[in-house]
Design a protein. Structure first.
Length: 226
């Protein structure tokens, strides 16, 4: 017989059994809280999925948009090949400083380049300078810019590479055609954009757990233009 609907308890069970209590990530979360950062980093099961995806495709170059305190950055950096590197974009100087300390404590700072400023500007520069290609991109910043970020990443990520977009369910608010929150409206629009993009092949998965009902989109940059 099934138990009561208790996603948070199941998250704890998954954490206990499969994620093994991670002191590095726990320390980063504690430092974020002490520094007054919002607790909106990826939950550990998703963080570990990011690491496993990076490993599965042998990611050597990773791009992240939205660093916060670097919890997702640490997971992603752990998935890099030994000679790999990661660029992460963050608009908030304070967040970037907290992240820098967390990445140093996690022993991955030598592989991570935190670029402070509006992500759109950094992405523009990266495109102009022909930076990349990246094997994997993780988009987790201001939701209003999601289409712009996927558009940029579709050019910066190599064919066969992956783009992961966080927070694409938003407690179901994406179903609301007349969503008043511009973040909901932008994510709703993102689905149509990705579906119509000939070089992208995508799915989205809903998640429950310690956090609210949400989900992520997994996009392959197919390069097939079909
Ligand atoms: N990926 C992080 C959480 C990111 S929270 C983790 O899982 O640990 C979203 C972050 O995006 C915040 O730190 C916020 O300051 C940053 N952000 C918001 N707007 C941005 C913009 N225009 N450019 C770059 N970063 C932005
Ligand atoms: C919010 C942002 C996130 O990236 C997230 O994972 C959860 C919440 C927010 O802005 O509320
Ligand atoms: Mg997020």
């Amino acid at each position: 017989m099934a138990g009561a609907f208790d996603p948070a308890a199941v998250d704890r069970f998954i954490g206990d059994r499969l994620l093994g209590g991670d002191p590095t990530i726990a320390a980063a979360r504690a430092a974020n809280q002490a520094a007054g950062l919002p607790p909106i980093d990826v939950p550990d099961p998703l963080g570990k999925l990011l690491m496993l995806l990076a490993r599965a495709i042998g990611a050597r170059h990773i791009l992240e948009i939205g660093t916060l305190g670097g919890v997702s950055t640490i997971w992603l950096a752990r998935g890099l090949t030994e000679d790999g590197d990661l660029v992460t974009l963050e608009i908030d100087r304070h967040h970037a400083e907290v992240a820098r300390a967390n990445l140093t404590a996690a022993g991955v700072s030598d592989r991570v380049d935190i670029r402070v400023g509006p992500a759109r500007q950094h992405l523009q520069t990266m495109l102009e300078e022909g930076q990349g290609p990246f094997d994997l991109a993780f988009i987790d910043a201001d939701k209003q810019s999601s289409i712009a970020y996927v558009e940029a990443c579709s050019q910066l990520v190599r064919p066969g590479g992956l783009i992961v977009v966080d927070n694409v369910v938003r407690e179901g608010a994406i179903l609301d055609e007349g969503a008043s929150d511009p973040r909901d409206a932008a994510i709703r629009e993102l689905y149509g954009y990705v579906a119509a993009h000939p070089g992208l092949d995508a799915t989205a998965l809903q998640t429950v757990g310690a956090k609210k009902w949400d989900g992520f989109m997994l996009i392959e940059v197919s390069g097939r233009n079909d």
